[in-house]
Design a protein around this ligand. Structure first.
Ligand code: NAP
Ligand code: MG
Length: 471
């Protein structure tokens, strides 16, 4: 049993002002795995005051000071990688190989990207007699979701540290353990008191207190659209910068060539990673109508070959995060069937032999782009294949969505893929499996309004000052 009953404020582990606690459930066995303290508004006031007090010195620290700190954090992070991985498996059910692999690897990747951005960034530029300076924006409230918990926290905390900001992190209750260990990493690495603070608790209490706090300059939020909209409204009265990274329903276009079955299989396995709980997942798989039968076979095989079970073991997929998430995903599967989508793999209920834990069958439908399962983000291991007749139609279907987080184009003709990538209305397009920590990530349309990752993620935490007549 884990017990995390203190908050990290002003460089120390302190008792909460609030008195509540919350039991956390292991999604693989539905048993209580530990508990956390729930903070209140007064904990947030204390944490923001600490961050405000630390800002003058930290914002004036040198590039070298901050690089040294980031490198010390990297050494501590690497030491605690197995603990972080175990926490991720326990809190949100990621298989051990994924938690110890990609989940924690993403944290190191964002750390390296923050180091590279800081090494190369020009904080001052001359335009005639004017000096244009980029300066840290101030005290940042960072609010994160549970689905890739260390990724979401590190993609905010490391650039905020690198730019000279101070911050208060509000992690998700559902992934509180890994955040707690990350705070231990930052403490051990010697982050100066007050630069990084963390308060656990409910979003409606802690997140709301941060979004409305007069002494917070910026909110960076990753999570669902309704909460993002609420935060934007809450932050309006104090004119904060608000950066939103929201949901998606991303198109995955597979071209009609010899690689089709292999690409379809790859797209299906890719979507099932992390039980489909990935904001940028390619959950609308667009395949040429003339090859639909081949695509169905390849997709069904890939889904049926995805091993599901105890995340401590050697499986490709664990449970979804919670009972609520299980019910939501089951509801979408039922809805797909009710609206007439053709089920080619998976379906309602738990996989055979698993009667405890929030396990879902890897599920593939064939449908059209008007169905609920093609319009709304499901956030589970469910995708819908949609046939297209020509490339123009594929692009139209791809762009016919309220979201615009990501897109995928796979095919043997790289030039054809590039041409399609340029026509997609989304913040990140991945061609034939491309991946880059230094590429910006964020949404068009209702997927958000900011950019994270690499140098552009770093710039989100900077203000612009013009010193006119500087000479
Ligand atoms: P969520 O319900 O929106 O919660 C996200 C965070 O906001 C949690 O820490 C939550 O706290 C907090 N929160 C809840 N109500 C709040 C309020 N009124 N004010 C301030 N904060 C509040 O999202 P989720 O269910 O955790 O995560 C899934 C969603 O995240 C999906 O829609 C997914 O697409 C999106 N996502 C987007 C990206 C991206 O980069 N674009 C990446 C990953 C996930 P508690 O839950 O602890 O109460
Ligand atoms: Mg939620």
């Amino acid at each position: 049993m884990r017990e995390y009953l203190k908050f990290y404020i002003d460089g120390a582990w302190v008792d909460p002002q609030g008195s509540g606690t919350q039991d956390l459930i292991n999604p693989a066995n539905e048993e209580v795995s530990g508990r956390i303290a729930l903070g209140d508004k007064f904990d947030v006031d204390k944490a923001v005051a600490a961050a405000r007090k630390a800002f003058p010195a930290w914002s004036q620290s040198t590039r070298e000071d901050r690089l040294e700190l980031l490198k010390a954090i990297k050494a501590e992070f690497e030491k605690r990688q197995p603990d972080l991985a175990a926490a991720i498996t326990e809190e949100m059910g990621a298989p051990a190989s994924l938690a110890g692999g990609f989940h924690t690897f993403l944290g190191i990747g964002h750390l390296d990207a923050a180091i590279v951005a800081l090494e190369n960034y020009e904080f001052e530029q001359k335009h005639g007699d004017t000096l244009i300076r980029k300066e840290p924006i101030g005290v940042c409230g960072l609010i994160t979701p549970w689905n890739w918990p260390i990724n979401q926290v590190t993609v905010k905390v490391f650039p905020a540290l690198a730019t000279g900001c101070t911050m208060v992190l509000k992690p998700p209750q559902l992934a509180a353990y890994s955040a707690q260990i990350l705070a231990e990493v930052l403490d051990a690495a010697g982050v100066p008191a007050g630069v990084f603070n963390m308060v656990q608790g409910k979003g409606s209490v802690i997140g709301h207190a941060l979004s409305t706090h007069p002494d917070v300059d910026m909110i960076s939020f990753t999570g669902s659209e309704p909460v993002g909209v609420q935060i934007q409204k809450d932050a309006a009265d104090t004119v904060k910068r608000v950066c939103l990274e929201l949901g998606g329903k991303s198109p995955y276009i597979v071209l009609d060539d010899g690689s089709l079955t292999e690409k379809v299989a790859g797209a299906v396995s890719g979507t099932m990673i992390n039980s489909g709980q990935t904001c940028s997942a390619g959950t609308r798989l667009l395949v040429p109508a003339a090859r639909l039968d081949d695509a169905k076979q390849a997709a069904a095989k890939a889904a049926n070959d995805t091993s599901v079970g105890d995340p401590a073991g050697n499986v490709a997929m664990g449970p979804v995060v919670s009972a609520d998430q299980f019910e939501t995903v089951q509801g979408y599967i039922e809805k797909g069937i009710a609206e007439g989508a053709e089920l080619v793999a998976g379906g309602p209920g738990r996989p055979e032999g698993l009667d405890k834990g929030y396990f879902v069958k890897p599920t593939v439908f064939v449908g059209d782009n008007t169905m609920t399962i093609a319009r709304e983000e499901i956030f589970g291991p469910v995708l819908v294949m949609i046939p297209y007749y020509d490339i123009d139609e594929a692009v139209d279907i791809a762009n016919d969505t309220p979201f615009g987080l990501a897109g995928y184009v796979d095919g043997e003709n790289q030039e054809a893929c590039r041409a399609i990538a340029k026509r997609l209305r989304a913040g990140a397009i991945y061609v034939n499996g491309g991946f880059d920590f230094n590429a910006p990530f964020g949404g068009y349309k209702r997927s958000g309004n900011g950019r994270e990752w690499g140098a552009e993620g770093f710039e989100e935490y900077l203000e612009t000052k013009a010193i006119v007549g500087h000479g």
